[in-house]
Design a protein around this ligand. Structure first.
Ligand code: F6P
Length: 569
């Protein structure tokens, strides 16, 4: 795209339309049109999307669809699916869709069909997960001959959040003998607390890192390996208790894991899109490979829908365009994700990485600074917990907060009365947030409760609800591996739609680099200071500290010195 999308006719038309629509309350839109639900809801792939409670009309929708045309979205979708290098700043394809390509149609990167390699890794994952679970004749056993009981995934970011979320969500499908743990944080509390609960003889570590250079993961893996060797008293035990998932064979080998115990993936799989690859190994072990393949099949169904459905009925396209509408034209800076399905408790955290690492950008794919807001701040927690925590701000605060309510008709457990409580609360919230309660309605309600005039005057301003808070509602029958696959792929493609509409590359993450580089100089400063204390390398160490100091601001130096002084006390 040569010019910014904000200079297009489609953008200008949306801006003008926003001025017309601004004074109209959502409750007026519903009062004017009794068919609003039928008009603004779509069912596809077993998911219902009700987007009628959004501040939009048929005109808004057609203007947003014009914007998609202006951004050449159809063309970009084709490029994604054809394996083109849509990640232009890293010169890579973004082929998470190939990882779940259950039709097995050839998908080429640089002329090579990637499907045989993907299928070979899936076969290796099946063999491994079957043997750990004890589903095959040859059971994987620990160094002392005992079957595995605990699976510990060591990874961070995309090598943690996706698999942790899916494993949590599909707890009902777990193998009864196995327990899973996800260690990501470099603070030794995380690993220390996890190891304290484990028996080394029956523990299997999966070290998951695309690059195998990530500081947090390598430190955690090194400490875990030492713990295992100390407990079992033999270096040879590592081979029976450590496997790796990575694109970097050499680094894995250098770490001491036999490449036979390494599960490969490829640079065209982005970290936050990697749970479909061998990064999903802990999922496959916990729920079994057949269920893992159901997860892939669900995602594939959504991929096909995204690739082929007309835009006006296309779930990711609709959700993506609605998000663009709120962020640029209505000034929303955040987006809440509110699952009314407790097993999705980690879903908002996964979406934080997926959306904010993908769309937190301020230049277009060809390097121009944007003059419009891009990705929103994503946050959320399962209902009803959120209702008793932050919904107050949604109901009576000053921020516009578009939200996705994600509703399962059935829970994983069937306890009398519970699911009606969940469903009634979810529907009540979307209704109340949209309709609010006017001063007149509030007066009537207060009068009928027998309140005095004086109290009414005092209380009225506090008891009015402005409403007009928009939401999407996504409904499915029950969370299964397949449904989860669809839901995840829906959000991945929503991100792509928004990236294209804003003209940005959603597949790189240069923004995380600066902090990593500064941390490494500070790490040297802290290490050097320790070396200085120990005498031998003291002079060099102190020199290094001084150099690191020169590069930092006075606040950082002050904090560093405070920590050092504290250590000397
Ligand atoms: O620092 C961000 C990031 O690069 C993420 O994009 C990625 O998911 C995470 O770090 C972990 O990286 P790796 O899998 O290479 O250890």
């Amino acid at each position: 795209m040569d010019k910014l999308i904000s200079h297009s006719a489609a953008w200008a038309a949306l801006k003008a339309h926003q001025h017309q629509l601004a004074p109209i309350h959502l409750r007026d839109l519903f009062a004017e049109d009794s068919q609003r639900f039928e008009r603004f809801s779509v069912e596809a792939c077993g998911l219902l999307l009700d987007y009628s409670k959004n501040r939009l009309t048929r005109d808004t929708l057609s203007l947003l669809l014009n914007l998609a045309t202006e951004a050449k979205l159809q063309d970009w979708i084709a490029r994604l699916f054809q394996g083109e290098k849509v990640n232009n700043t890293e010169q890579r394809a973004a082929l998470h869709i190939a990882l779940r390509n259950r039709s097995n149609r050839p998908i080429r990167v640089d002329g090579k069909n990637v499907m045989p390699d993907i299928n070979a890794v899936l076969a290796k994952m099946r063999q491994f997960s079957d043997s750990v679970r004890g589903d095959s004749k040859k059971q994987w056993r620990g160094y002392t001959g005992k079957p595995i009981e605990s699976i510990v995934n060591i990874g961070i970011g995309g090598s943690d959040l996706g698999p942790a979320m899916v494993t949590r969500a599909l707890k009902a499908y777990h193998h009864p003998r196995l327990r899973s743990y996800f260690v990501s944080n470099v603070d030794s509390t995380h690993l220390g607390e996890t190891l304290a609960a484990l028996n080394p003889e029956t523990t299997l570590f999966i070290v998951a890192s695309k690059t195998f250079t990530t500081q947090e993961t390598l430190l955690n893996a090194t400490s875990a390996r030492q713990w295992l060797i100390d407990k079992l008293g033999d270096n040879n035990a590592v081979a029976k208790h450590f496997v790796a998932v990575s694109t970097a064979t050499q680094q894995v080998t250098e770490f001491g894991i036999d490449p036979i115990n390494m599960f490969e993936f490829w640079d065209w799989v982005g970290g936050r899109y990697s749970l479909w690859s061998a990064i999903g190994l802990p999922i496959a072990v916990m729920i079994g490979m057949n269920n893992f393949e159901q997860l892939l099949a669900g995602a594939h169904e959504m991929d096909t829908h995204f690739e082929t459905a007309p835009f006006a009925e296309n779930l990711p396209v609709l959700m993506g365009l609605i998000g663009v509408w709120y962020s640029r034209f209505l000034g929303a800076t955040t987006h809440a994700v509110l699952p009314y399905d407790y097993c999705l408790e980690l879903f908002p955290a996964h979406l934080q990485q997926l959306i904010m690492e993908s769309l937190g950008k301020r230049v277009t794919r060809d390097g121009k600074e944007v003059d419009y807001p891009t990705g929103p701040i994503i946050w959320g927690t399962p209902g009803n917990n959120g209702q008793h925590a932050f919904y107050q701000l949604l109901h009576q605060g000053t921020h516009l907060v578009p939200a996705d309510f994600i509703i399962a008709i059935e829970s994983q457990y069937d306890l009398p009365g519970h699911q009606n409580a969940v469903l009634s609360n979810a529907l009540a919230q979307t209704h109340a947030l949209m309709m609010g309660r006017t001063a007149e309605q509030t007066k009537q309600a207060l009068y009928s409760s027998g309140i005095t005039d004086k109290m009414l005057t005092q209380q009225l301003p506090h008891r009015v609800f402005q409403g007009n808070q928009p939401s999407n509602t996504l409904v499915y029958k029950k969370l299964t591996p397949q449904v989860l696959g669809k839901l995840l792929a829906l959000y991945e493609h929503k991100v792509y739609v928004q990236g294209i509409c804003w003209g940005i590359n959603p597949f790189d993450q240069w923004g995380v680099e600066l902090g990593k580089q500064v941390a490494s100089t500070l790490m040297s400063a802290l290490r050097a200071e320790k070396a200085g204390l120990n005498g031998l390398n003291g002079l060099n160490g102190l020199k290094e500290t001084a150099q690191a100091h020169e590069r930092h601001d006075s606040s950082t130096d002050g904090l560093l010195n405070y920590i050092k002084a504290y250590r000397h006390r």
